[in-house]
Design a protein around this ligand. Structure first.
Ligand code: PSU
Ligand code: MN
Length: 307
């Protein structure tokens, strides 16, 4: 039976898993509605869920439909989110109240997804790349709300670092200041989303899912308020060619400035620029890494759920 708790509509598979202490992995929906092109986005949304299942956990994709906050979606709801005609708003934590109140459709970012997942009692979350400090932030103050939300939300987010379109060095500093624990999975280097190595170190490293689960369990026990970012790099064979990456980024940043793109439109604009200008090579990297993250998050959640 679908349960409705504190304004959340929880999918029956998700609520059954939560009640019996089984592994659940939250998934965001901005990547479906604003990060990937239609119609591939819906195919990928289902693939991500299948990877969570293959890792032994129950997927809970989070989104707002007609003002209802859903934790776990069925296929037709995933299709609705991926349809450009559905008028889906990009929803960060600040947008939750207004979008729910106006009974609109919303795709949740890392920020809003983390908040809702924690509210629902879900401890693991998989995504592609986190938002962070944008290049030029010294003038624009453009820093993703992902960072401040993760500072106060005790969840474990599996990702491929932060998007390489950002000022990675500044983001790494902000992660430290905000009390967010960054752990490399099988690496000492902070991954760079489309690239395996961003050029920065991580403070902590694990090599097994059991070690990752132990860190999350101890964080919960000691009630540290911030998230754990478990950063898994894309493999060397799958990463985007460096010269192509750098050239695309430079032209994309210039185009964004010329077109006066600001606020919440910056990230979708740059992601779309990459997909178009690299003939979808960046899209394939994005899909590969998010599927790998979904599987890893499931495995860590399973390890943590073991008695
Ligand atoms: N990672 C991806 N694709 C995306 C995003 C992340 O591979 O579309 C989204 C996430 O939802 C993230 C958001 O929270 O971009 C950050 O947007 P902003 O920079 O406006 O905070
Ligand atoms: Mn921003």
């Amino acid at each position: 039976m679908t349960s409705t708790t504190s304004h959340l509509v929880i999918h029956p598979d998700v609520s059954a898993a939560l009640l019996s202490g089984k592994a659940v992995v939250a998934l965001e929906s901005t990547i479906i509605s604003h990060g990937l092109p239609s119609p591939r986005n819906v195919v990928v949304a289902k693939e991500i869920e299948d990877n969570v299942r293959a890792g032994g956990a129950v997927p809970a994709t989070i989104a707002i439909l007609d003002g209802k906050v859903h934790v776990g979606l069925n296929d037709s709801q995933l299709e609705q989110l991926g349809d450009p005609a559905s008028n889906v708003v990009k929803v960060s934590t600040r947008d939750l109240g207004p979008v729910i109140a106006s009974r609109a459709n919303g795709a949740t970012t890392v920020s809003a997804t983390s908040h809702i997942a924690h509210l629902a009692g879900i401890k693991y979350f998989a995504t592609g790349g986190l938002g962070g400090v944008h290049r030029g932030a010294r003038e624009t103050w453009d820093e993703s709300a992902d960072l401040v939300t993760l500072a106060r939300t005790p969840i474990t987010v599996v990702c491929a670092g932060v998007k390489s379109i950002l000022d990675v060095g500044a983001t790494v500093e902000r992660l430290e200041t905000l009390g967010i624990t960054v752990v490399g999975f099988g690496t000492d280097r902070f991954p760079g989303f489309y690239r395996a190595d961003s050029g920065y170190d991580v403070t902590w490293r694990v090599d097994t899912v059991e070690q990752a689960a132990a860190i999350a369990t101890e964080r919960d026990a000691i009630k540290a308020p911030g998230a754990i970012v478990l950063a898994q790099p894309v493999s060397a064979e799958d990463e985007l060619d460096l010269a192509l990456h750098d050239a695309t980024l430079a032209s994309g940043l210039e185009a964004a400035t010329k077109a006066n793109i600001s606020g919440k439109d910056v990230t979708p604009f740059l992601l779309d620029w990459f997909h178009t200008k690299t003939n979808n090579a960046s899209l394939e990297v994005n899909v590969t890494l998010i599927n790998a993250n979904a599987r890893l998050a499931a495995q860590v959640a399973v390890a943590a759920a073991r008695p």
